[in-house]
Each structure stands twice: as structure tokens, then as C-alpha cells.
Design a protein around this ligand. Structure first.
Ligand SMILES: Nc1ncnc2c1ncn2[C@@H]1O[C@H](COP(=O)(O)OP(=O)(O)O)[C@@H](O)[C@H]1O
Ligand SMILES: [Mg+2]
Length: 362
């Protein structure tokens, strides 16, 4: 349990095969693979550390993050590290209608309701000795929230239409892309259940906020796809890399993974070019749009000032560099910054990767 944890995080190197990125100062030089979850982002590494620490306990874990950020992967990693002998049983609470969800979770007896022609074991019972993963917990109806709270307190379920109760040993992991605190404030989510679930919250940042991960993961998925198709390695042109890092990736890693898989199939050349990309990638952008941040209000629990400022600086710098084809001197002029100040900021914010190549080309 203690020794295996260290070997779970392997350091990898992308450098030898990074395609057109020949500059050795690129920030995509190394990444971590934690139980198959690939990242070079400090925020993600922090999440991995937390997961390693809590996996072997029985504590209830709430995984928070936008859709496609890897919440299910994290749940699976926790279960595998926990060394619990039972199964991991996932339930998507958002996809199942309320009345069906109840018997899905807790099981039912024969004749419990119309159509219950035989008794059926619920997912909680299936997860006995293992882990239940309740995905999209923010979608759960108030009625079921009450029942779930009771189950968590008593560690015991009562199948629908049954008078017997079953004692369980189940590790509970939940996930949501909603802001549960907001849901509590709005009266849609029970506060007592919220506190019960978020004993250990694990936050997964959106892809656009993970330094270098767009470059690291696009390369990683491309290599995987090419390998599975027994195709030679395909890289990304610097312009494509720029576009990737400027795009906001609303579907996060899932979106990137699907796109790269499609590109791997369709691309015949050595490098993916801008013309290979679908139109929507040019419509939405991380970097263009409103030039002035709108500060409508500051929520009661505050904001992360430094992070917001950092994001905004990154956006301005990337926009300027895109406009100047990666020319730092021209970009500095656009921004009214000293060149050295800009260079320093680029380095600090991990924006160097594709810029270097673009600059050399221009
Ligand atoms: N860091 C990562 N490294 C490798 N694959 C990832 C990573 N994050 C997500 N994925 C992949 O992206 C897809 C979405 O991940 P998933 O865990 O289902 O996200 P979520 O549950 O947050 O919607 C899956 O195919 C998963 O394997
Ligand atoms: Mg999911």
C-alpha cells in the first residue's frame, strides 16, 4: 500500500518525438501519468497527490470539475488504489428518471411497483465491499437526496417495497459539474447531504486552465491513435498548436481526445495543418472576445484574484503573439511592455512552446 503509491506516478518524456517542436526550452518536455491520467499541470498534480493520500481511507470523496475533465478516471483511480476487494459500480444520477433511480440504487422486491415482476439487487448492494460512483449527483431529486443521506448515515439500505434492511460496506465517491454550494444556496441541494459528501473535495481544473496540458495531451492522444492504427507519427503544425491553446475546449479532455482521434484518421501528412481543423475551432476562443474583463460582482465566498489576473494576462499575451505570428518584439510593442518583461511573463506562464517555432518561421 505504501510502496506501490510512488511507482504509480511515472514521469514520461515527450521530447524526442514532439514533431516540429525542436526547441529544447519547450514546456511540454515532461508530464506525469497517474494511473493513466496524463498531465503536466501543477493543479492536476496536486489533485493526484490528494487522491493518493485519501484513496486508502474510506472517506467519502466529491470530485468536482466541468464535463470531460477526468472525474470518472479519478474515481476509478481512487477505487483501484483503495485495494477494496469489491467492484466499482458507476451510476449516472442525471441520466436515470427519479422513480427508476431509487430502485436502481437500492434495489426492489418482487411486486414493489407495477412492472416489478421479480426482485432486483440495487447498485449499492452490487458495490458492497467496493465503491459506488454517483456521477452527476447535482441532478438528484430532493426526495432521493433524503434517502441517500440516510443510507450514508446508517450504511444500510432498504430495497423498495421491502421491510428488511441490508448492512453495507461501500465506499462512496460522487461527482458533479455543478457548483454544489450554489445549488445549496438556491435550495436545490440539501446542505446536510452536501457536507456529508464533500468530506474530501477533489477539484479538477478545466483543460484551458492547465498549463501545457493541451500540448501534452494532444501529443499523447495522437501517439496513441497512430499506434493503434499502425500509422507513422503525426505532429501538429505550430499554427495548429497556437489554435489549440487559444481555443476554450468547453468539452475539455473528452473533446480534445475525440478531435485528435478524428484528425489521426483523416490526416495523411506528417503534420496536422490548420486546414485540417473543423470550423468550430476558429469560432470560439480563449483569447479573443471581450478585451476588458467584466467585473459585475464578487461572490460572497470571494475570488481567486491572482488566478484571474494570471488568466487575463495569459489571454492578452497569447492574443498579441497570435497577431504578430509569434514575434515577441512586435507583441511587446502591441502591449506596451518591455520586451524583457514580456519574455519573462511568457516563460513564467508556460507559453513558450509553440511560440518559439512560430517566431523562428516568421
Ligand atoms: N488527464 C487525462 N489523461 C488521459 N485521458 C483523459 C484525461 N482526462 C480525461 N481523459 C479521457 O477523457 C474522457 C473523459 O474523461 P471522464 O473521466 O469521463 O470525464 P468526466 O467524468 O469529468 O466527464 C475519457 O475518455 C478519459 O479517458
Ligand atoms: Mg463523467
Amino acid at each position: 500500500m505504501h510502496t506501490s503509491v510512488a511507482s504509480i506516478v511515472e514521469e514520461g518524456s515527450l521530447l524526442p518525438e514532439i514533431g516540429t517542436l525542436t526547441n529544447q526550452s519547450v514546456d511540454t518536455s515532461s508530464y506525469h501519468s497517474f494511473m493513466g491520467i496524463v498531465s503536466a499541470s501543477p493543479k492536476m498534480l496536486k489533485a493526484f497527490e490528494l487522491v493518493k493520500r485519501v484513496a486508502t481511507t474510506n472517506s467519502t470523496i466529491l470530485v468536482l470539475g466541468e464535463s470531460g475533465t477526468g472525474k470518472e478516471l479519478i474515481a476509478r483511480a481512487i477505487h483501484r488504489l483503495s485495494q477494496r476487494t469489491g467492484k466499482l459500480v458507476p451510476v449516472n444520477c442525471g441520466a436515470i428518471p427519479e422513480d427508476i433511480l431509487e430502485s436502481e440504487l437500492f434495489g426492489h422486491e418482487k411486486g414493489a411497483f407495477t412492472g416489478a415482476i421479480s426482485s432486483r439487487m440495487g447498485r449499492f448492494e452490487m458495490a458492497n465491499g467496493g465503491t459506488i460512483f454517483l456521477d452527476e449527483i447535482g441532478e438528484m431529486s430532493p426526495k432521493l437526496q433524503v434517502k441517500l443521506l440516510r443510507v450514508l448515515q446508517e450504511r444500510r439500505i432498504e430495497p423498495v417495497g421491502s421491510t428488511r434492511s441490508i448492512d453495507l460496506d461501500v465506499r462512496v465517491i460522487t461527482a458533479t459539474n455543478k457548483d454544489l454550494r450554489e445549488e445549496v444556496k438556491a435550495g436545490r441541494f440539501r446542505e446536510d447531504l452536501y457536507y456529508r459528501l464533500q468530506v474530501v473535495p477533489v477539484n479538477l481544473p478545466p483543460l484551458r486552465e492547465r498549463d501545457n496540458d493541451i500540448a501534452v495531451l494532444s501529443k499523447y492522444f495522437m501517439d496513441q491513435s497512430c499506434k493503434s492504427m499502425s500509422k507513422g507519427t503525426i505532429g501538429f503544425s505550430p499554427e495548429v498548436q497556437q489554435r489549440f491553446s487559444a481555443y476554450s475546449w468547453p468539452g475539455n479532455v473528452r473533446e480534445l481526445e475525440n478531435l485528435v482521434e478524428r484528425l489521426a484518421i483523416l490526416c495523411d501528412g506528417k503534420n496536422v495543418q490548420l486546414s485540417d481543423l473543423p470550423d468550430y475551432l476558429f469560432g470560439d476562443s480563449n483569447t479573443s472576445g471581450a478585451m476588458l474583463p467584466v467585473v459585475a460582482d464578487i461572490p460572497e465566498d470571494g475570488i481567486d484574484f491572482n488566478e484571474l489576473i494570471n488568466d487575463y494576462e495569459k489571454q492578452l499575451i497569447t492574443t498579441a503573439l497570435e497577431k504578430t505570428g509569434g514575434n515577441k518584439k512586435a507583441a511587446a510593442k502591441l502591449l506596451n511592455l518591455n520586451r524583457t518583461t514580456l519574455v519573462e511573463k511568457i516563460k513564467k506562464k508556460g507559453l513558450n512552446s509553440s511560440i518559439e517555432v512560430l517566431r523562428e518561421r516568421n
